[in-house]
Design a protein around this ligand. Structure first.
Ligand code: PMP
Ligand code: GLN
Length: 381
């Protein structure tokens, strides 16, 4: 029997590839984005309590109501937007599933979806599986700014969706209020849906604010925003996240969600609902990660790598052009195999695989690991 692949160019993700290489060569893994520390112990206790409390059977399709209610409270407090927990929030199996489900719900054969490159790797295959076409706006290093006039010129009658991501993986840049206002003006009076990937909402530095689509009431009316508990509570392996959208969009998302996963891990949802009551846990995250960013920046000063500006996320881009002429994939592999520190090359997030000689480090690591990595990075001359 013969089959035809629906994703002919799909490969193992760069994150999996670099983590496997790190394990194989016993390298310190600053590649794939995950913390090397545990979730808060109070959250772990609540998970154990939920297990002891027999929360083992199916959760409601849209998610445990108590969790949706506390998310709605948080959104009102943080972004000033009232969202109805019954109709506008759905708990998903991580942000990846929310993104996939939102795209599957709205993208028809031939529809165009604008993405900004470098782009998180799940967007394009999700669009293509739905029969859509990714239309790329290229953000240029080193500041990765968006010229909204150029973006507006890319919109065609086939444009169905625009995917934004702030704070941005892999660049560590953030969208500013003016970006959101310009986007809002561009899509006003159109049927274009904004899919807003905000998984790093709590990781914004230097006193700047996260600009969520939820802060812009008109924009919210045509937006789906996506979040992940993995980033917020150091539990990437639990794969629990959520999406928020006005009811007319959420109705369609839930139709796909119902046949995709139906519902998400129940005891973790109960634990998260109880844990989120303590807002300080996520309000202090900016400070927690800014300290890590600054600690890592100090370490980088002892190396020949040149850091770019990180305004958000737990990623740090570095320019290595004064160290090596290798392309970034080869350089990242050499770093892992020969120098004992794994990182992620940036060209893989561009369709044209442009060579800006940039690599990404994840600094969601203990100071011990960052220091040990620094010792190795120092040796690369
Ligand atoms: N979007 C971005 C920008 C991400 O960096 C990630 C994961 N690191 C995701 C989505 C997926 O999140 P999750 O692990 O909750 O599926
Ligand atoms: N989002 C994580 C990163 O950027 C990795 C997620 C994954 O491995 N798919 O590193």
């Amino acid at each position: 029997m013969q089959t035809t692949s629906k994703l002919t160019s799909s490969q193992t993700t760069i994150f999996t590839e670099m983590s496997a290489l790190a394990i194989q060569h016993k390298a310190l893994n600053l590649g794939q984005g995950f913390p090397d520390y545990d979730p808060p112990s109070a959250l772990l206790d609540l998970v154990k309590d939920a297990i002891d409390d027999h929360k083992h059977q199916y959760a409601p399709m849209a998610g445990v109501l108590a969790l949706r209610e506390i998310i709605a409270q948080k959104v009102l407090h943080a972004y000033g937007q009232y969202v109805n927990p019954s109709t506008e929030i759905t708990i998903t199996a991580g942000a990846t599933q929310a993104i996939f489900t939102a795209i599957a719900a709205f993208i028809y054969q031939g529809d165009e979806v604008i993405i900004f490159e470098p782009a998180y790797d799940s967007y394009r295959p999700s669009i293509e599986l739905a029969g859509g076409k990714a239309v790329v706006y290229t953000m240029e290093a080193p500041d990765f700014k968006i010229n909204w006039t150029l973006l507006a010129a890319m919109i065609s009658p086939k444009t169905k969706m625009i995917i934004i991501n702030t704070p941005h993986n892999p660049t560590g840049t953030i969208l500013k209020a003016d970006d959101l206002l310009q986007l809002s003006r561009i899509v006003k009076d159109t049927d274009i849906i904004i899919l807003s990937d905000e998984v790093y909402e709590h990781l914004v530095y230097d006193g700047q604010l996260h600009e969520s689509v939820l802060k812009y009431p008109e924009l919210y009316q045509q937006s789906i925003s996506v979040f992940s508990f993995g980033k917020t509570y150091h539990c990437t392996g639990w794969k629990v996240g959520y999406c928020i959208a006005p009811e007319y969009l959420m109705n369609e998302i839930r139709k796909v969600h119902q046949w995709n996963v139906f519902s998400v891990n129940s005891f973790v949802q109960h634990a998260l609902a109880a844990f989120m009551a303590d807002a300080s846990q996520y309000l202090l995250l900016n400070q927690f990660y800014q300290q890590k960013r600054d600690f890592f920046l100090e370490i980088l000063k002892t190396t020949r790598l040149r850091p770019l500006k990180t305004e958000g996320t737990f990623f740090q881009l570095c320019d290595y052009s004064n160290i090596s002429d290798l392309d970034d994939v080869a350089f990242a592999k050499e770093m892992t195999v020969n120098h004992g520190v794994a990182c992620i090359p940036i060209s893989v997030f561009y369709d044209d695989h442009r060579q800006d000689k940039l690599i990404r480090f994840c600094f969601a690591k203990t100071e011990g690991l960052l220091t040990a990595a620094g010792e190795k990075l120092k040796q690369i001359r």
